[in-house]
Ligand binder design. Sequence first.
Ligand SMILES: [Zn+2]
Ligand SMILES: [Zn+2]
Length: 215
Amino acid sequence: MSYSLSFLDEEKICPKCQGKLSCCEAPPIHVGDGLGWGSEVLFICLNDACPTFLNGWEQIEKRYGHHASYRYMELPGSKEGNFMMVGNSDAFKGCVIDREILKEQNERFVREKAAVEGMKTCLAENNLTPVMTLLLDEAAAQEARRSAVTYLIKLNDMACIDSLRNHKFRDTAFEHEVNMAIQAILKANFKQECPHCMEIIKAQAKKCLHCKENL
Ligand SMILES: [Zn+2]
Ligand SMILES: [Zn+2]
């Protein structure tokens, strides 16, 4: 993502009706429109009772002789008011951005990037966190998650097991890789999982300490 995401937290009020401006996707630029608005998003007052919109029909009819009105609009990071011409009351209503979803996606992306960075030093720092972040993030890049599995084995930290066991992996082939890694870690620590209760017990145990089942 190359553009600024500061608009995600921006709140704007329409000076004409005091309603909240909606954050909308900027319309695609057509040949002849020049550079467009220079922004990916526009803040538009979509209130049908806004005086700008209500009075616009008559103004445009008088001035240009066609059926259209105006919506009040501001660009992100600017207080300057603009007026967008609209042909009907539904214009832009389908382009309202769900900023909560966008924010979550962005936060996830930032977390993934930090984890990929953190993985480079995780062995030196004995830090399981970046590895776990990637393994438990189904939306992270598959390549990064694959290398997280190799670091998992090298870190050899049994603290990883519970969260991995509780995680629902979407890709069964990947889940299998993770399971193999867990088995390798258990083995390296002379442990096993009880086949009856899944608690971690000594590799040489003949009876489970937790569920008392014979092995
Ligand atoms: Zn308004
Ligand atoms: Zn058991």
